[in-house]
Design a binder for this molecule. Sequence first.
Ligand code: ADP
Length: 174
Amino acid sequence: MQKTVVCPGSFDPVTLGHLDIIRRTASIFDKVIVVVMTNYRKKNLNYFTAEERADFIRRCTVDLPNVTVDFSDGLLADYVKKVGACAIVKGLRAVSDFEDEFQQALTNKSLAPEVETVFITTSSEYMFLSSSAVKQVCELGGDISKFVSPQIREDIVSRIHARVQSEKQHGESK
Ligand code: ADP
């Protein structure tokens, strides 16, 4: 039987750390659905729109035929049941990820007992990599080429720089 799994996240934007987890997941399971979570509470906290985030992931995974990208604005447990996935796969960085991930895994287990949460340990080079670090470095003019895939780097940089510029102009005109 084909094993489908779900890799959920905000991916704002997708980093090499996320892609490492997605690639490794795709090498273990038959079908991987990367789900861009569009929680309405977090909507304004995200830098990129859900469509942009999904487009970045698609462009970085074109060589992985068993990976697809989808959206969900509801309960992850419901989404996983709807698509018939057997597991939720999460990447685990340092100790700081653990408590929150552990709590989410137990909550999802109680909502969907048939679904497991599987953790894949980050590769050491991505241990401290996060989407927020990418945004911070880029906003301050730093080089993000070690953090994001070359296919999407220019788009991320121009988007972030345009926003910084517009915020500066807006601030100056006040
Ligand atoms: P968050 O939960 O902080 O919004 P994301 O949604 O961006 O994080 O990430 C989705 C998943 O990818 C989470 O399981 C997160 O722990 C994992 N992840 C994020 N960055 C890395 C990384 N550098 N290495 C491994 N896993 C990561």
